[in-house]
Design a binder for this molecule. Structure first.
Ligand code: DGL
Length: 284
């Protein structure tokens, strides 16, 4: 039987549109090594970043529903696009705490900026949702200090492992030149895949621009929230178990998985889309 969701020994659930969220799993596991973590990647329906709000919300409900069914004590929404479109809905409908990636990233950026403009890069969905812009504005930044840019080519470039490649350098220049010219002092990497481009982006933007890795910010927020709820696992000497569920096994999945996770994924459980649809909520 799975542990009770209100029990500190229950696992943490993490979901993403695909495998990019393994960057968040990795950051969580590094910060909270004793916690068991269940990861679900919706590899059959990735990308979410090009899809509309209603579709992303319906998928996110099913993703979180699966994790709740598996007995998690908290759901971490690793996907920026799903955080942008579905967080409030999940908070209203799920019986466990839901943590998204946007607020932690915004908080970190607000703490890092030195008075210049703050840049945000993400998928088309994330940027068009306006959620990062709202968060930064609520934190006191005027419109002239918030600069955003959709970077749709970054996800496929990272999935192909083209870090440091001339094509990636060109895409970075194309997307980020206006932000660099505007003098942003802080740049939020608002997508699961972008931490993999940290070195390339850092080289282009220069050493004075602080890069906000949303995976690190989210892991810290998860630790704080679990502590607050008395759901943090006390026994820190154990090595937490990591379990992987995917809705499809992509070509090159071992290679892509290791790129994001930093080590190979040994075993994966596949969940069919018909099974996922059973977790739809009535509003979808
Ligand atoms: N996980 C998505 C995000 O962080 C990127 C990949 C996708 O478009 O689904 O926004």
């Amino acid at each position: 039987m799975s542990p009770n969701k209100n029990d500190a020994v229950a696992p943490i659930g993490v979901f993403d549109s695909g495998m990019g969220g393994l960057t968040v799993l990795r950051a969580l596991h590094e910060r909270l090594p004793g916690e068991d973590i269940i990861y679900f990647g919706d590899t059959a329906r990735v990308p979410y970043g090009t899809k509309g709000e209603k579709t992303v919300r319906a998928f996110a409900s099913q993703d979180a529903g699966l994790l709740v069914e598996l007995g998690v004590k908290m759901v971490v929404v690793a996907c920026n696009t799903a955080s942008a479109f579905a967080l409030e809905h999940l908070r209203e409908t799920m019986p466990v705490p839901i943590l998204g990636v946007i607020n932690p990233g915004v908080r970190t950026a607000l703490a890092m900026t030195r008075g210049g403009p703050v840049g945000v890069i993400g998928t088309s969905g994330t940027i068009r949702s306006g959620r990062y812009q709202e968060g930064l504005a609520a934190g006191g930044l005027g419109e002239d200090r918030i600069l955003v840019q959709e970077c749709p080519l970054f996800v496929p470039l990272v999935e192909e492992g083209l870090m440091g490649h001339a094509m990636t350098v060109m895409a970075i220049e194309e997307y980020l030149l206006p932000l660099r010219d505007a003098g942003v002092d802080t740049l939020i990497l608002g997508c699961t895949h972008y931490p993999a481009l940290k070195d390339d982006i850092g080289r282009f933007m220069g050493p004075d621009v602080k890069l906000v890795d949303s995976a690190d910010a989210l892991a810290l927020a998860a630790q704080d929230r679990l502590t607050e709820l008395a759901l943090l696992r006390g026994d820190t000497s154990r090595e937490g178990k990591l379990e992987f569920y995917l809705s499809d096994i992509p070509w090159k999945f071992q290679e892509i998985g290791a790129r994001f996770l930093g080590k190979p994924i040994e075993e994966v459980i596949t969940v069919g889309l018909d099974e996922m649809e059973a977790f739809s909520d009535s509003n979808d």
